[in-house]
Ligand binder design. Structure first.
Ligand code: ADP
Ligand code: ADP
Ligand code: ZN
Lengths: 257, 257
């Protein structure tokens, strides 16, 4: 059985659970998690996205949902459901649905100023008390660090696999290495590495520039983890659809795993 | 008296304590804290830099110090002392000293996989058991989030002021806003905002590009905090000296505060 310590769980009918992690903040975990979940939903899969970062929830901003009253049914939280095609430059796509849950829907703009035990309690609720129904994939967007949230998650649910996100910068590689060692210790299987903000293509002269000196391939040398794909700096004005970059190649290799 | 709940503290002879914060990860807190501490030391001040992020310590990487055995004297931790001129493109500068302390010196490459109460215990030690001696400025580099580290810091020492760091990106502005609200709640005075990675100058054609859509000036409108300065994307190959950008203008306005 997948979940530990909870009799009834909203995860009961979820087939595969992926975590998107890094240990380092600001490398693009939330952005990549949202891209991956959207792409899998575009392809017709039943997908949910759980943003479990209570200190810095990003899903409401990424999906332009801000403060949203969540519905409760039989003491369980019902995730929000968004239709994706409205967001994308490819209007020909059939409207696919994506289920979303985030602490941002509960907090609004307010900060969560709280200590570890309270964080763990909220994380447990976020894991078991959301009624996802039948899902093929649940993507969990993790916060930075290897503290209460990661430990509570590891103790309440068995993850199928995790994606480690890094930029090419040395400060990121150092922290993501710590994250990889922590996941090995907690026995959470890792699919590989996504290198994000790998290069920037100048809008004026079209030349590719490396903004962050090193390369995430160093993680492959040190830990033997595959570099699954490299995402460029994407144009923020395009919103989540980021259509010039269609990560279907990226989610396809994940889905095949 | 500045510190709460500790009879003997290594902060006893520290004149001014600045925190460099944001709530959002990856916006440049560690980079800006290291730049600010270095600049103040270049100007001849007695300066210390305390990296209090136990999950993602960056000071060892920024100062190329990796794993370092820390000396103890009379049960107090002695900070490392580095000479700065060696790092800088401006060789004419008199060798100034900077004192450094980071959990990274204790952890090496290992992750800190631990829950809130243990984090708080380490943070308390990091605040009171480091023997800084006489300092004009202590810069404290904070982790992301508004959890145990921030709360333990706020309860053990009275900070003189905090700098809030943000990139122009919407995901950063949303979290930094949460940070500002938390600092207001914890009654920690804020000097203003530093906008980091504000623009990128193409090495090929020299045109400035905005990589992250919005602007940190939105924080001034909402919270009335001054935008103290805007830092561009700096060239990673230049190391910490980043000499094309001499933040002395930036630290001067701080020092005058
Ligand atoms: N590929 C990308 N191109 C451009 N900006 C990006 C990209 N990935 C992330 N960002 C931006 O970088 C910042 C960090 O991304 P985010 O997803 O919040 O990271 P994390 O979840 O690791 O903190 C955000 O401001 C986001 O908009
Ligand atoms: N002005 C800058 N120009 C270029 N890269 C930067 C700049 N500021 C920060 N970085 C890079 O961005 C990443 C995040 O910076 P860091 O100082 O680690 O932020 P934080 O302490 O907020 O997590 C690091 O990889 C760092 O090298
Ligand atoms: Zn160019």
């Amino acid at each position: 059985k997948r979940f530990i310590g909870a009799d009834k769980s909203g995860l009961a009918d979820v087939k595969t659970i992926f975590a998107v992690a890094s240990c380092k903040g600001g490398v693009g975990k939330s952005t990549v998690a949202a891209l991956l979940a959207s792409q899998l939903a575009y392809q017709g899969h039943k997908v949910g996205l759980l943003d479990i970062d209570i200190f810095g929830p990003s899903v409401p901003t990424l999906f332009k949902l801000k403060y949203n009253a969540l519905a409760m049914q039989k003491n369980m939280i019902m995730p929000l459901e968004v239709s994706l095609a409205a967001n994308s430059a490819e209007k020909n796509l059939v409207k696919q649905k994506l289920k979303l849950m985030s602490f941002g829907f509960l907090l609004g703009d307010a900060p969560a100023v709280m200590r570890g035990p309270m964080v763990s309690n909220y994380v447990q609720q976020g894991i078991h008390r959301v009624d996802w129904g039948l899902l093929e994939y649940l993507i969990i967007d993790l916060p930075p660090g290897t503290g209460d949230t990661l430990l509570s998650l590891g103790q309440s649910v068995q993850l199928d696999a995790a994606l480690m996100i890094s930029t090419p910068a040395e400060l990121s590689l150092v922290d993501v290495s710590r994250g990889i060692i922590a996941f090995e210790k907690l026995k959470i299987p890792m699919l590989g590495i996504v290198e994000n903000m790998a290069f920037f293509t100048c809008c004026n002269c079209g030349k590719d520039q490396q903004l962050f000196g090193k390369s995430a391939a160093l993680l492959k040398e040190r830990f033997g983890l595959d570099l699954l794909c490299r995402l460029p700096f994407l144009d923020p004005s395009k919103g989540l659809s980021f259509s010039p970059f269609h990560p279907s190649a990226f989610s396809k290799s994940l889905v095949e795993n």
